[in-house]
Ligand binder design. Sequence first.
Ligand code: ZN
Length: 74
Amino acid sequence: MKSCPLCHTEMPARYNYCYQCGEYVGHLETAAPDDDPAAAKRHRLQERFIHYGCLTLILMWTAFGLWFLLHINR
Ligand SMILES: [Zn+2]
């Protein structure tokens, strides 16, 4: 929520213009939830987990493919 500087009407943060007097209020940005450092850290850890998970999967499949190629002609 933010309030209009002219008529002090409360309105949702997504509004760019006051619906009472039409004043531009888009510059009155409320704090974004992404600024939370704990959430950002959790997000980075999650990304790293997915990254290394995919990497491990690819390495396992590569190793299995090489093993298969080396043993298929016996
Ligand atoms: Zn207003």
